[in-house]
Design a binder for this molecule. Sequence first.
Ligand SMILES: [Fe+2]
Ligand SMILES: [Fe+2]
Length: 186
Amino acid sequence: MLKQDHREVEQLFKRFEKAGESAYRTKGQLVASMIEALSRHAAIEELVFYPAVRQEIPRLQSQVAEALEEHHLAKVVLKELEDLDPKSPRYDAKVTVMMEVVRHHVREEERDLFPKVRDRIGRRELLELGDALRRAKPRVPTRPHPDAPDMPPANLLVGSAVAVIDRARTAGKRAVEKARDELPTL
Ligand SMILES: [Fe+2]
Ligand SMILES: [Fe+2]
């Protein structure tokens, strides 16, 4: 399931790379999708997956710590992108750097972390883990919060309240965009 998320995000990255220089609207929409997908993905890993890895395989502590720092970096840039106009001269550069951070992170997870976890955690536990990830996904924050706690129990408590506010804000933004689209062009 985590790999499936990675593939979906990679598709968004590819579409961004193929979008024309002045396809501002498309690029803005793609980045909004990246923000939501990556926020959810990071949150379920931080809530369910990384804590399980730390608990079951203590020698992977430092690798998980590094993963959390990479999440943090990505969130910082995603948060800036959230409020940046796609026409800004720094927009494409910022997206490119964010994509580099995420691609590096995904490579490390898939080549190194996931295989180790698969070797050390039993099949039944892995299935339970998958189930917990799936159940968490609809309830986690949909926006980046680089300053919020990313380890249990604090992320559990703060995360669920934040998720409600995020969804309200995302819905509000969509309503504003829709209204703008419906305005007659002069
Ligand atoms: Fe991750
Ligand atoms: Fe991941």
